[in-house]
Design a binder for this molecule. Sequence first.
Ligand code: NAD
Ligand code: MG
Length: 382
Amino acid sequence: AQRIIEALDTYDHPLRVPVTLESHRYEVLIGSDLISRAGAYLAPILPRKNAVVITDETVATLHLPRLMAGLAETGIQATPFVVPVGEESKSLTRYAALINDILDHGMERRTTVIGLGGGVVGDLSGFVAASILRGVPFVQIPTTLLSQVDSSVGGKTGLNARAGKNLIGAFYQPQIVLADSSALATLSRRERVAGYAEIVKAGLIADPALFKWCEAHGAEILDGDPAALAEAVNRACRFKAKVVMEDEKETAAQDGRALLNLGHSFGHALEAHFRYDGRLLHGEAVSIGLHLAAALSVKLGYCPEEDLRRLDAHLRALGMPAGLDWFDETLSADALIRSMARDKKVSDGRLSFVLMRGIGEAFTSRDVEMDTVRDVLVEAGC
Ligand code: NAD
Ligand code: MG
């Protein structure tokens, strides 16, 4: 009965995931048509009925008109600022131009910054909100599956630096997050796969029931079924909120937020190899990274081989990348290892790996020999 009530809820009232942090509490609302109804949700929260909306060119065409109409319904005056599509918008240059444009337009401390878009817009608009006039209220309206399940919970905002991705930024929490499941209908299957990999990741880390749910409903999610998407976002946000509430600023000595990097050491090395040029999406890299992390865990004797087979079977049944055979070219194990060593998670010269004792049981380890990593990469097709 609870399931039925929840499913109905999705359509009439949004699902709510509370995020309670030391000095701030907010909710992620999940459901259909939240963008069109944004005015109703935001009017009671905004200090003043005045906002700037930051979005990218694609989302501006697809979803901005609905948002502007929704805000106008409750008398919220909003001015849109549209940035180009893609990671390049998370640069200091773009940020400087944007923040100057907003200041020229006129901004005061009670004006809210609304970010409407994927993770790029979320990170950029969050950092604008954190830094303009030393901080103004911030609202996230994530429109990709990845941003709904990942970047909209946790308060990380920021930009890329010459030295690497996400090296400039701030923890800055939103007043509310509106995760509109209808917005995901316009996403490509490839973008849905990329977000879905982070959901599978959540199951593997500490939520075996979520992994099992994925095995039953993964195909519906990739096909864009709105009820399945809402439920997936609900489960994944609950999971991430729990981890973030226990370790808000990634300071836990062990495990905590670091577990969210399962598959990411490998994933980042793969992304770096393809130079973030669009040939490999972050979530696709994570999908392969999950396989490699599980294979490494098996090799080290922590994880039963059966769990690796179960993960691979799930990914491959959905046509997701699950190994280095995904690529036309043969990658160099040594180059990938060098790239992992450059990744920012190195401290004291030792790489920290997130490993698994099985599905739903991740842990961090600093005792992994690079020779073992090399063996795993070679076995996976390097
Ligand atoms: P993105 O924002 O570039 O969006 C991907 C593509 O989808 C873009 O072309 C965008 O225009 C388009 N798009 C967005 N919404 C759409 C919709 N509803 N319909 C059709 N197209 C749509 O990328 P992303 O994958 O959402 O996010 C990746 C970024 O998020 C990276 O910069 C990453 O560093 C960041 N990130 C941040 C966190 C965090 O905790 N802050 C977590 C994970 C990822
Ligand atoms: Mg990720």
